[in-house]
Ligand binder design. Structure first.
Ligand code: AMP
Length: 235
Protein backbone atom coordinates (compact mmCIF):
# COMPACT_ATOMS: atom_id res chain seq x y z
CA UNK A 1 0.00 0.00 0.00
CA UNK A 2 1.37 3.41 -0.91
CA UNK A 3 1.85 6.45 1.26
CA UNK A 4 2.19 10.20 0.76
CA UNK A 5 4.87 11.28 3.18
CA UNK A 6 7.14 14.26 3.82
CA UNK A 7 10.35 13.66 5.73
CA UNK A 8 11.80 16.68 7.56
CA UNK A 9 15.06 17.18 9.43
CA UNK A 10 18.16 19.38 9.22
CA UNK A 11 21.01 18.62 6.83
CA UNK A 12 22.62 15.34 7.87
CA UNK A 13 19.73 14.24 10.10
CA UNK A 14 19.49 10.97 8.17
CA UNK A 15 16.54 11.91 5.94
CA UNK A 16 18.10 10.41 2.82
CA UNK A 17 18.90 7.11 4.54
CA UNK A 18 15.41 6.76 6.01
CA UNK A 19 13.76 7.90 2.78
CA UNK A 20 15.57 5.20 0.79
CA UNK A 21 14.33 2.53 3.23
CA UNK A 22 10.78 3.89 3.13
CA UNK A 23 10.86 3.79 -0.65
CA UNK A 24 11.64 0.08 -0.57
CA UNK A 25 9.13 -0.69 2.18
CA UNK A 26 6.23 1.31 0.71
CA UNK A 27 6.92 0.91 -3.03
CA UNK A 28 6.77 4.64 -3.77
CA UNK A 29 9.52 6.90 -5.19
CA UNK A 30 11.98 8.89 -3.10
CA UNK A 31 11.93 12.47 -4.32
CA UNK A 32 14.81 14.60 -3.08
CA UNK A 33 14.79 18.21 -4.31
CA UNK A 34 18.50 18.44 -3.41
CA UNK A 35 19.22 15.47 -5.73
CA UNK A 36 17.09 16.96 -8.52
CA UNK A 37 18.97 20.26 -8.22
CA UNK A 38 22.37 18.52 -8.12
CA UNK A 39 21.47 16.67 -11.33
CA UNK A 40 20.65 20.00 -12.96
CA UNK A 41 24.04 21.38 -11.89
CA UNK A 42 25.87 18.28 -13.11
CA UNK A 43 24.05 18.37 -16.45
CA UNK A 44 24.72 22.14 -16.71
CA UNK A 45 21.09 22.95 -17.54
CA UNK A 46 19.75 26.53 -17.39
CA UNK A 47 18.27 25.73 -13.99
CA UNK A 48 21.62 24.28 -12.89
CA UNK A 49 23.48 27.47 -13.83
CA UNK A 50 20.90 29.60 -12.00
CA UNK A 51 20.99 27.64 -8.75
CA UNK A 52 24.67 26.65 -8.44
CA UNK A 53 25.84 29.88 -6.71
CA UNK A 54 22.89 29.68 -4.29
CA UNK A 55 23.53 26.05 -3.40
CA UNK A 56 27.29 26.56 -3.08
CA UNK A 57 26.60 29.29 -0.53
CA UNK A 58 24.13 27.12 1.40
CA UNK A 59 21.18 29.36 0.46
CA UNK A 60 17.75 28.15 -0.61
CA UNK A 61 16.58 27.97 -4.21
CA UNK A 62 13.58 30.33 -4.78
CA UNK A 63 10.16 28.87 -3.91
CA UNK A 64 8.69 29.38 -7.40
CA UNK A 65 11.39 27.38 -9.15
CA UNK A 66 11.42 24.70 -6.45
CA UNK A 67 7.63 24.22 -6.58
CA UNK A 68 7.71 23.98 -10.37
CA UNK A 69 10.35 21.25 -10.26
CA UNK A 70 8.35 19.30 -7.64
CA UNK A 71 5.04 19.68 -9.50
CA UNK A 72 6.66 18.24 -12.63
CA UNK A 73 8.08 15.30 -10.69
CA UNK A 74 4.79 14.53 -8.88
CA UNK A 75 2.97 14.47 -12.21
CA UNK A 76 5.01 11.44 -13.28
CA UNK A 77 3.13 8.11 -13.23
CA UNK A 78 5.28 6.47 -10.55
CA UNK A 79 3.86 8.96 -8.00
CA UNK A 80 0.27 7.73 -8.44
CA UNK A 81 0.46 5.53 -5.29
CA UNK A 82 2.41 8.08 -3.30
CA UNK A 83 5.91 9.42 -2.66
CA UNK A 84 8.52 10.15 -0.03
CA UNK A 85 9.39 13.84 -0.27
CA UNK A 86 12.84 14.61 1.13
CA UNK A 87 14.08 18.20 1.38
CA UNK A 88 10.72 19.68 0.36
CA UNK A 89 8.88 21.69 1.61
CA UNK A 90 11.47 24.00 3.13
CA UNK A 91 9.23 27.04 3.66
CA UNK A 92 5.64 27.63 4.60
CA UNK A 93 5.01 28.90 1.06
CA UNK A 94 6.31 25.58 -0.32
CA UNK A 95 4.15 23.63 2.16
CA UNK A 96 1.06 25.52 1.03
CA UNK A 97 2.04 25.05 -2.58
CA UNK A 98 2.35 21.27 -1.99
CA UNK A 99 -1.09 21.14 -0.33
CA UNK A 100 -2.56 22.92 -3.36
CA UNK A 101 -0.81 20.62 -5.85
CA UNK A 102 -2.25 17.60 -4.04
CA UNK A 103 -5.72 19.11 -3.57
CA UNK A 104 -5.87 19.77 -7.32
CA UNK A 105 -5.52 15.99 -7.78
CA UNK A 106 -7.95 15.09 -4.97
CA UNK A 107 -5.10 13.91 -2.77
CA UNK A 108 -3.62 14.83 0.58
CA UNK A 109 -0.57 14.02 2.71
CA UNK A 110 -0.76 11.04 5.07
CA UNK A 111 2.15 11.87 7.32
CA UNK A 112 5.04 14.25 8.05
CA UNK A 113 8.02 12.76 9.88
CA UNK A 114 10.53 15.06 11.57
CA UNK A 115 13.96 13.61 12.40
CA UNK A 116 15.46 15.65 15.25
CA UNK A 117 19.25 16.04 15.54
CA UNK A 118 21.40 18.51 17.48
CA UNK A 119 23.34 21.14 15.41
CA UNK A 120 26.95 20.41 16.41
CA UNK A 121 26.33 16.68 15.97
CA UNK A 122 25.27 17.48 12.39
CA UNK A 123 28.43 19.52 11.62
CA UNK A 124 30.60 16.64 12.88
CA UNK A 125 28.52 14.05 11.03
CA UNK A 126 28.57 15.81 7.65
CA UNK A 127 32.34 16.38 7.78
CA UNK A 128 32.53 12.56 7.71
CA UNK A 129 29.89 12.02 5.03
CA UNK A 130 31.17 10.61 1.74
CA UNK A 131 29.01 9.98 -1.30
CA UNK A 132 29.09 7.53 -4.21
CA UNK A 133 29.00 9.70 -7.35
CA UNK A 134 27.16 6.93 -9.25
CA UNK A 135 24.21 6.09 -6.96
CA UNK A 136 24.26 8.92 -4.37
CA UNK A 137 24.60 6.35 -1.56
CA UNK A 138 26.20 7.86 1.56
CA UNK A 139 28.99 6.44 3.70
CA UNK A 140 30.39 7.45 7.08
CA UNK A 141 34.21 7.68 7.00
CA UNK A 142 36.32 8.52 10.05
CA UNK A 143 39.16 10.05 7.99
CA UNK A 144 40.09 11.00 4.39
CA UNK A 145 42.51 8.04 4.45
CA UNK A 146 39.67 5.64 5.26
CA UNK A 147 37.59 7.17 2.45
CA UNK A 148 40.49 6.85 -0.03
CA UNK A 149 40.57 3.10 0.59
CA UNK A 150 36.77 2.65 0.58
CA UNK A 151 34.42 1.92 -2.33
CA UNK A 152 30.69 1.81 -3.00
CA UNK A 153 29.71 -1.85 -2.82
CA UNK A 154 26.32 -1.32 -4.47
CA UNK A 155 27.94 0.04 -7.64
CA UNK A 156 31.05 -2.15 -7.45
CA UNK A 157 33.20 1.01 -7.79
CA UNK A 158 36.98 1.14 -7.64
CA UNK A 159 38.48 2.09 -4.25
CA UNK A 160 38.90 5.85 -3.83
CA UNK A 161 35.85 6.80 -5.88
CA UNK A 162 33.80 8.20 -2.98
CA UNK A 163 33.60 12.00 -2.91
CA UNK A 164 32.41 14.73 -0.51
CA UNK A 165 29.68 17.23 -1.32
CA UNK A 166 30.90 20.84 -1.66
CA UNK A 167 28.14 22.01 0.66
CA UNK A 168 29.17 19.57 3.43
CA UNK A 169 32.11 21.83 4.43
CA UNK A 170 31.69 22.96 8.09
CA UNK A 171 31.21 26.69 7.25
CA UNK A 172 28.52 25.89 4.68
CA UNK A 173 26.90 23.34 6.98
CA UNK A 174 26.60 25.98 9.72
CA UNK A 175 24.90 28.32 7.23
CA UNK A 176 22.58 25.51 6.06
CA UNK A 177 21.74 24.76 9.69
CA UNK A 178 21.00 28.41 10.40
CA UNK A 179 18.74 28.54 7.35
CA UNK A 180 17.11 25.26 8.37
CA UNK A 181 16.38 26.43 11.92
CA UNK A 182 14.80 29.67 10.69
CA UNK A 183 12.79 28.12 7.87
CA UNK A 184 11.70 24.85 9.48
CA UNK A 185 9.93 26.35 12.51
CA UNK A 186 6.90 27.59 10.53
CA UNK A 187 6.69 24.30 8.60
CA UNK A 188 6.72 22.26 11.79
CA UNK A 189 4.02 24.54 13.18
CA UNK A 190 1.96 24.26 9.97
CA UNK A 191 1.99 20.45 9.95
CA UNK A 192 1.61 20.30 13.74
CA UNK A 193 -1.63 22.29 13.47
CA UNK A 194 -2.89 19.79 10.91
CA UNK A 195 -2.13 16.83 13.17
CA UNK A 196 0.18 15.32 10.53
CA UNK A 197 3.50 15.73 12.34
CA UNK A 198 5.38 12.92 14.13
CA UNK A 199 8.91 13.38 15.52
CA UNK A 200 11.68 10.83 16.00
CA UNK A 201 15.15 11.35 17.54
CA UNK A 202 17.84 11.00 14.86
CA UNK A 203 20.69 10.46 17.31
CA UNK A 204 21.28 8.02 20.15
CA UNK A 205 19.70 5.27 18.03
CA UNK A 206 20.99 3.39 15.02
CA UNK A 207 19.27 3.81 11.60
CA UNK A 208 17.37 0.49 12.03
CA UNK A 209 15.84 1.67 15.30
CA UNK A 210 14.88 5.03 13.78
CA UNK A 211 13.31 3.22 10.83
CA UNK A 212 11.27 0.90 13.10
CA UNK A 213 9.70 3.98 14.71
CA UNK A 214 8.96 5.59 11.35
CA UNK A 215 7.36 2.36 10.09
CA UNK A 216 5.00 2.46 13.09
CA UNK A 217 4.05 6.04 12.23
CA UNK A 218 3.26 4.94 8.67
CA UNK A 219 1.06 2.11 9.94
CA UNK A 220 -0.81 4.50 12.24
CA UNK A 221 -1.31 6.99 9.40
CA UNK A 222 -2.70 4.24 7.18
CA UNK A 223 -5.05 3.10 9.95
CA UNK A 224 -6.21 6.70 10.40
CA UNK A 225 -6.78 6.98 6.65
CA UNK A 226 -8.81 3.74 6.64
CA UNK A 227 -10.94 4.71 9.61
CA UNK A 228 -11.59 8.15 8.08
CA UNK A 229 -12.87 6.35 5.01
CA UNK A 230 -10.24 7.84 2.75
CA UNK A 231 -9.18 5.33 0.17
CA UNK A 232 -6.36 7.30 -1.41
CA UNK A 233 -3.55 6.87 -2.25
CA UNK A 234 -4.23 3.32 -3.45
CA UNK A 235 -5.09 3.56 -7.12
P1 AMP B 1 19.65 18.84 0.47
O1 AMP B 1 20.31 17.80 -0.39
O2 AMP B 1 18.21 18.56 0.72
O3 AMP B 1 20.43 19.14 1.71
O4 AMP B 1 19.65 20.19 -0.39
C1 AMP B 1 20.86 20.78 -0.83
C2 AMP B 1 20.60 22.21 -1.28
O5 AMP B 1 19.62 22.22 -2.35
C3 AMP B 1 19.99 23.12 -0.23
O6 AMP B 1 21.00 23.66 0.63
C4 AMP B 1 19.33 24.19 -1.11
O7 AMP B 1 20.30 25.06 -1.66
C5 AMP B 1 18.76 23.35 -2.26
N1 AMP B 1 17.40 22.87 -1.97
C6 AMP B 1 17.00 21.57 -1.84
N2 AMP B 1 15.67 21.49 -1.59
C7 AMP B 1 15.21 22.77 -1.57
C8 AMP B 1 13.93 23.35 -1.33
N3 AMP B 1 12.85 22.60 -1.05
N4 AMP B 1 13.83 24.70 -1.39
C9 AMP B 1 14.89 25.47 -1.66
N5 AMP B 1 16.14 24.99 -1.86
C10 AMP B 1 16.31 23.66 -1.83
Amino acid sequence: MGVRLVILGGPGAGKGTQAMRLTEACGVPHISTGDIFRHHIQAETDIGREIKPLMDAGHLVPDGLTCRVVAERLAEPDCARGFILDGFPRSRAQAECLAQMLADRGEELDLVVNIEVDGEEIVARLAKRWVCPKCGGTYHMESPEEAAAARCERQDCAPGSLTQRDDDRPATVRERLRVYTVTSAPILAYYGEQGLLRSVPGQGMNPDEVFAIIEKFVEEARDARRSAGRTQPVK
